[in-house]
Write a protein that binds this ligand. Structure first.
Ligand code: ASP
Length: 443
């Protein structure tokens, strides 16, 4: 029998009306037995997500010693939800206890996690399902890394024989028994962890869009929907800013070849996007699958004659960055040149100066240049490796659109071509590439 783990995002959990849709979705398919939920998100534009209300609670607690004002908003949200759902459930004691624990723990991560906790308590009531607290089954080690083996075993044991169970997403527990959260949007990761632990046949990720689009709809009007993606393509696109799914959420399911399907709670009949291991991936015939971009990188360009014969050159450059604890995103290189691309949020001006000085000392380059405010645009697709002339088409399209390319990096897997352009050219760059590969039916 198939087993589906379903994760519902913040907009699916936003109020009683949307939670009723979730219930319908779960009840329409007996294979949908395990549910992972986010905290209630925005109900309308301008609304505040419960997680953000909770971060406010923590700030108030730090300033005033309690979080009465901010927690009143959280309380109202959940009381409203229970009322809309007509549930025979008095949530007040749970809310009182949550407020008390927030004030006792005085931990930002604990406070932030309560949106998922409360949402899961309500959802379990609504579905008549077992509530399994992530605090009891999702473990982090001393260094803060997710402890997979122990967690998978605990999740499987807790879910055993439960016909239907609900888990809160976003958090787990440290060896000291403190609640710890994943990064923002981390319930996607929790969903993947539960899917892996239970050996799901599919991980359904329910959100408010019908899957991935070939590029950002704010840049190109109504871009094409992507029906199928490989894990690798997904990783490239989501790392580069296509933010339907948290970029870390692939890892647990990828190892077990569990497909992910992105579905729309508000249009459940839509196919959505399937994300599959390469062995199950059916090439769409398209050269390019998708295009995504991200702004604010710094490129350090280094040139030195005979760099290629100087043993340890690249290592010396990278050691400098390691010493300054800056992670390197890309290293495009030529025979006598290399560039190091770093995310500018990891580096301030002073640090950059020091890094440049240290690189000069370490490798004595002939020439060095720094380009700031660079956007990276990734054009991704398995189809690119087997089709001649893809980069020629891409660069011609950019030249025709008047986009100045500052850097090129073609990944060794031939899965993507990354170009660096000025921040302000990113949108123009993406639409030119889209037009070339999707706009005229030649993709
Ligand atoms: N509620 C958390 C956030 O807003 C986690 C999640 O929704 O995945 O980031």
């Amino acid at each position: 029998m198939a087993l589906k783990v379903c994760k519902f995002g913040g907009t699916s959990m936003a109020d009683g009306h949307t939670m009723t849709k979730v219930k319908k979705i779960i009840e329409s398919d007996p294979d949908r037995r395990f549910v992972v939920v986010s905290a209630p998100g925005k109900r309308f534009s301008g609304d505040t997500k419960v997680t953000d209300l909770l971060y406010k609670c923590h700030a108030e607690l730090m300033d005033h010693g309690d979080c009465k004002l901010a927690f009143a908003d959280v309380r109202r949200r959940f009381e409203g939800i229970v009322k809309e759902l007509n549930l025979d459930f008095d949530i007040s004691p749970v809310l009182d206890d949550t407020e008390r624990r927030i004030e006792e723990e005085r931990s930002e991560e604990f406070t932030a996690s309560r949106g998922e906790y409360l949402a899961a308590v309500v959802m379990a009531r609504l579905l008549g399902a077992k509530f399994i607290d992530a605090e009891d089954v999702v473990f982090f080690d001393e260094s803060g890394a997710f402890e997979s083996k122990r967690s998978y075993a605990a999740i499987a044991a807790a879910a055993e024989e439960a016909p239907l169970a609900v888990f809160p997403g976003f958090y787990g527990v440290t060896p000291e028994g403190r609640v710890k959260t994943f990064s923002r949007g981390g319930s996607d990761i929790s969903g993947a962890i539960v899917a892996r632990a239970l050996g799901a046949t599919v991980y359904e990720n329910w959100t408010d869009v019908s899957g991935f689009l070939a590029c950002d709809p704010r840049i190109v009007e109504s871009p094409r929907r992507i029906k199928m993606l490989s894990y690798k393509e997904l990783r490239e696109l989501s790392y580069m800013g296509a933010n339907v799914l948290h970029s870390e959420s692939i890892f647990p399911v990828r190892k077990a070849n569990i497909p992910i399907v992105i579905k729309n709670t508000f249009r459940p009949e839509d196919d959505g996007t399937s994300i599959l291991p390469i062995a199950q991936y059916v090439p769409s015939g398209n050269i390019v699958t998708g295009i995504a971009g991200k702004k604010n990188f710094i490129v350090i360009f280094i040139e030195k004659s005979h760099m290629n014969t100087e043993v340890g050159f690249v290592r010396k450059v990278l050691s400098v960055l390691e010493r300054f604890e800056v992670s390197v995103e890309h290293i495009p290189s030529g025979i006598d040149t290399m560039s190091v691309v770093v995310d500018s949020s990891h580096i301030d001006n002073f640090k950059l100066e020091q890094i440049l000085e240290s690189i000069k000392e370490a490798v004595e380059p002939d020439f060095m240049r720094v380009s700031e405010n660079i956007a990276l645009v990734a054009t991704v697709g398995h189809g690119m490796s087997s089709s001649v002339g893809t980069s020629a088409r891409l660069f011609k399209a950019l030249a025709d659109a008047g986009v100045n390319v500052k850097m090129i990096d073609q990944g060794s897997s031939e899965l993507n071509i990354i170009v660096g352009v000025k921040n302000e050219d990113m949108e123009k760059c993406i639409s030119a590439i889209y037009r070339e590969f999707f706009g005229n039916g030649r993709n």
